[in-house]
Ligand binder design. Structure first.
Ligand code: GDP
Ligand code: IMO
Ligand code: MG
Length: 428
């Protein structure tokens, strides 16, 4: 019975939600270990479409225990909105566990996220404006508020006061905004205490006991490798560890307990927000991928930037995460192309790079070196075995597998749960 990590191998929105959901009823625990409601996962079940932000996708599987680990930042208002929305659609959310050490996103950090972006002007990151960056900054700066603080009013007030001593200077003196009020912030956070209390647990203990008992655990990352604060395209990244290493710190388990690391990767590439993107298309083909793939953000509704598959990034992702498997998604979106270019290396000022350049300026200037593969015209959305795919689609998958250096264990041919070709069982 394995512990499996499911993470994004590109810049997010690879289809992690669907990949996690698909493991479904065979999974005992689904754990979110990083990020917050900056994530947006779409899961399609029959005629029903669910958009999840803060909660792990496993919440849709009856019997599975969804867990919000200590590495997550929790917006309490969003938590209860999301829980109510799911309950009203008949989803049982009663098993949810939340780490007492997870940090909460106070309202002043949402304000700071937005005004900082505005202040940055041309240099903005293009954040989701959910207060993610300022909340992780508070955590590192040791002025954060944790879930456990909600249960002691005196301590909570002291911590809010401590944080606002710094934050209000920034809000008022730098950004010319109104100061946040200690009483109002404390009262707002306290108003959630009784409702959240029954969900709070020592999730590290629960998860380690589950591992000892031979249960099946899936650790579902928000965001992705290229948005990871250490390994992504810094500073155009999110503020958490979205790579495999984040599982250990964000869930409180040791690396020796992880059996498998699955990278979810699109058959092409997308990115939301600012930052370098070597294979980006600015032409009709880019618009075609956006339209056909429905590439609009689940969280902010922004159109996603689109481009061809980048095997350099796939290899890099394989390396920094120690990937054992790839889940290739959205192969159906590429149907109808005469040729499908795949980036195999970068040209940086006349020098070929087969690996990710170490110098960030080089990556900003990288020009993709393409290999053109033959396309296919047949509708593949009904294919359920590899052999049913048109030969050129099969060749495309095999070429990606070889270039990426990681086996492709599953192939997505549509948004529905069933629209998947399984080559290797991820839980085996
Ligand atoms: P996540 O953030 O990684 O969970 O991904 P998102 O949910 O933000 O974006 C992925 C989108 O692609 C969602 O709308 C999914 O329903 C959809 N999707 C996932 N897999 C496939 C696939 O194989 N084919 C198609 N056409 N859509 C897919
Ligand atoms: P899922 O889990 C795609 C991007 C934002 C921005 C940068 C920093 O659905 O794949 P933040 O609000 O986190 O400080 O923004 O990261 N970003 C995402 N892009 N998918 C996501 O999540 C993202 N979460 C954050 O667009 O560029
Ligand atoms: Mg998403």
């Amino acid at each position: 019975m394995p512990a499996v990590v499911v993470l994004g191998a590109q810049w997010g929105d690879e289809g992690k939600g669907k990949a996690t959901d698909q493991l479904g009823s065979r999974v005992d625990y689904v754990v979110k270990f990083n990020g917050g409601n900056n994530a947006g996962h779409t899961v399609v079940v029959g005629d029903e479409k669910y958009a999840l932000h803060l909660l792990p996708s496993g919440i849709l599987s009856p019997g599975c225990v969804p867990v919000v680990g200590n590495g997550v930042v929790v917006d309490l208002e969003v938590l209860f909105e999301e829980l109510e929305a799911l309950t009203s659609r008949g989803v049982d959310v009663s098993r949810l566990l939340i780490s007492s050490s997870a940090h909460v996103i106070p309202s002043y950090n949402r304000t700071l996220d937005k005004v900082t972006e505005r202040f940055l002007g041309k240099r903005q990151i293009g954040t989701t404006g959910r207060g993610i960056g300022p909340t992780y900054a508070d955590k590192m700066n040791r002025v954060g508020i944790r879930i456990s603080d909600l249960f002691d009013e005196k301590i909570l007030r002291e911590k809010v006061e401590g944080a606002l001593t710094q934050k209000n200077q920034i809000l008022v003196k730098i950004y010319n905004r109104r100061a946040a009020d200690v009483d109002a912030v404390t009262a707002e956070l306290l108003s959630y205490a009784d409702r959240v209390r029954p969900m709070v647990a020592d999730t590290s203990l629960v998860l380690n006991q589950a591992l000892d008992a031979g249960k099946t655990l899936v650790f579902e990352a928000g965001q992705a490798t290229m948005l990871d604060v250490d390994h992504g395209t810094y500073p155009f990244v999110t503020s958490s560890s979205a790579t495999a290493g984040g599982v250990c710190t964000g869930a409180g388990i040791g690396p020796s307990r992880v059996d498998r690391v699955v990278g979810v990767i699109k058959a092409y590439t997308t990115r939301v927000g600012e930052g370098p993107f070597p294979t980006e298309l600015h032409d009709d083909l880019g618009e075609h991928l956006r339209k056909t793939g429905g590439e609009y953000g689940v969280t902010t509704g922004r159109p996603r930037r689109t481009g061809w598959y980048d095997a350099v990034i796939a290899r890099y992702s394989g390396r920094v995460n120690g990937l054992t498997d790839l889940v290739l998604t959205k192969l159906d979106v590429l149907t109808g192309q005469e040729k499908v270019p795949v980036c195999v290396a970068y040209d940086v000022d006349g020098v070929r790079h087969d690996e990710m350049p170490v110098d960030q300026s080089a990556f900003h200037h990288a020009k993709p070196v393409y290999e053109e593969l033959d396309g296919w015209w047949e509708d593949i959305s009904h294919c359920r075995t590899f052999e049913e795919l048109p030969v050129n689609a099969q060749r495309y998958v095999l070429a990606l597998e070889e270039m990426s250096g990681t086996r492709i264990s599953s192939i997505g041919v549509g948004p529905d749960r069933e629209a998947t070709i399984v080559r290797h069982d991820l839980l085996d």
